[in-house]
Design a protein around this ligand. Structure first.
Ligand code: NPQ
Ligand code: MG
Length: 387
């Protein structure tokens, strides 16, 4: 980690809403998405007398299903509160000052995460350091998994999964929901006996489903992700005590503090880290540290990010405690065309390179950005003429 930072003065912050068409609709236990909508935050700053710009992506989605955060209030919160608070407080002395300055605003972690990422990007670009190196990454390539949405039929799902396995993905995660669980897992297991397999319920079950989980326990799954309510650590602990398959928590973990509590309660044996869900890349690193200290493996999740958010996920995946393949899939898993100049590509061995350039290590493609922009607005300062 860097100890000496040149002071950063925020000049201007611009928000954009973008919508990228998905190559195929993504269905989970809570609904279906056809386009990936996101808010992009662009910070223009002065660092040590020189101009620097940075990008962040807010993963709040179209509706409050995955979490209570969703796109419209995230936009308003960024515009009315977070960006002005950040800009009006004068120069920043270090990246920790971002959260310090936004602390008065409760919650809104996904919105705060985007602001923190954009400031970090600007700062690190001006210092010539990569985000992965800054966070303490130890790998330059990371193993990748893929998350498969609920398909209309088991056969359709199987076909999709087989194409990912052929491309090299090292772990397949199946979305399940009540009524589409055991049969799907049984069929996939039969077709792919050796592929590391996990399931993600997105909180769709309750303790009355223990018999289902005991049945799933027989399939040698790598983990069962977020089976129960996002607010119920005690029930997860009860379920975990009945299963040999590790429970992985996603929605339940909003901070390093939550991670420590969940592990100490026995509510999970694996954690899925998403920088948006925990309020930013720096808190994501702290979740990692808490888990590593307790010998709990972690991996990096995904929210169908554009190349901007995906770059942050890949940087986090380079950390030493990230010992399982993540939902850090290639850009073409989701998009025909991403909005960065060099989309993320899966190698034949199922790995992807960690971005090594300054900051998040990707460049926004200005033409593509214009094409996918739905609205834009200056949230602090005068705005900067950008292509
Ligand atoms: C998860 N993601 O791990 C999430 C949930 C999720 C890759 O499985 C639009 C935007 C649709 C974000 C659907 C994966 C989404 C989304 C699901 C996130 O639980
Ligand atoms: Mg999940």
């Amino acid at each position: 980690m860097m100890s000496e930072w040149a002071t950063l003065t925020v000049r201007s912050i611009e928000l954009r809403e973008v919508a990228l068409p998905l190559v195929c609709p993504f269905r989970t236990s809570f609904g279906e998405e056809r386009d990936k909508r996101a808010i992009l935050v662009r910070v223009d700053a002065e660092v040590g007398g020189r101009d620097a710009a940075g990008w962040g992506e807010c993963v709040a989605s179209s509706e409050p299903r995955y979490s209570e955060e969703w796109l419209e209030p995230a936009w308003l919160t960024l515009h009315r509160h977070l960006c002005p608070s950040l800009g009006e407080g004068g120069p920043l002395a270090s990246p920790d000052d971002v959260q310090e300055r936004l602390r008065w605003a409760r919650g809104h972690r996904m919105a705060k995460a985007a602001v923190e990422a954009a400031v970090l990007d600007a700062w690190l670009r001006s210092a010539g350091a990569s985000l992965a190196a800054h966070l303490g990454g130890v790998r330059d390539r990371i193993p990748c998994g893929v998350s498969v949405g609920i398909a209309p039929s088991v056969d359709a799902m199987l076909e999709e999964i087989q194409s990912y396995v052929r491309r090299g993905y090292l772990r397949v995660k199946l979305k399940i929901e009540p009524g589409r669980d055991l049969d799907v897992v049984r069929a996939v297991r039969r077709a792919l006996p050796d592929t590391p397999l996990s399931v993600d319920a997105n909180a769709a079950y309750s303790l009355s489903d223990i018999p289902l989980f005991e049945a799933l326990d027989e399939f040698g799954l790598v983990m069962i992700e977020q089976p129960l309510d996002h607010e119920d650590l005690a029930d997860h602990a009860r379920l975990q005590s009945r299963l040999s398959t590790p429970i992985c928590l996603d929605e339940s973990i909003r901070s390093a503090r939550d991670a420590a509590a969940a592990i100490d309660l026995g509510a999970c044996r694996v954690i899925n880290i998403k920088p948006g869900r925990v309020g930013g890349p720096l808190e994501a690193k702290r979740v990692h540290d808490v888990a590593l200290a307790r010998d709990v493996p972690v991996w990096i999740g995904g929210m169908l990010e554009t190349g901007i958010g995906r770059a942050v996920n890949l940087a986090l995946a380079a950390l030493p405690g990230v010992t399982m393949p993540g939902d850090t899939s290639a850009s073409d898993r989701y998009f025909e065309r991403d909005l960065v100049t060099a989309p993320f590509v899966l190698a034949d061995d199922g790995t992807m390179p960690v971005p090594q350039g300054p900051g998040i290590g990707v460049e926004v493609d200005p033409d593509r950005l214009e094409e996918v922009t739905q609205r834009r607005s200056v949230a602090f300062g005068e705005g900067v003429a950008v292509s």
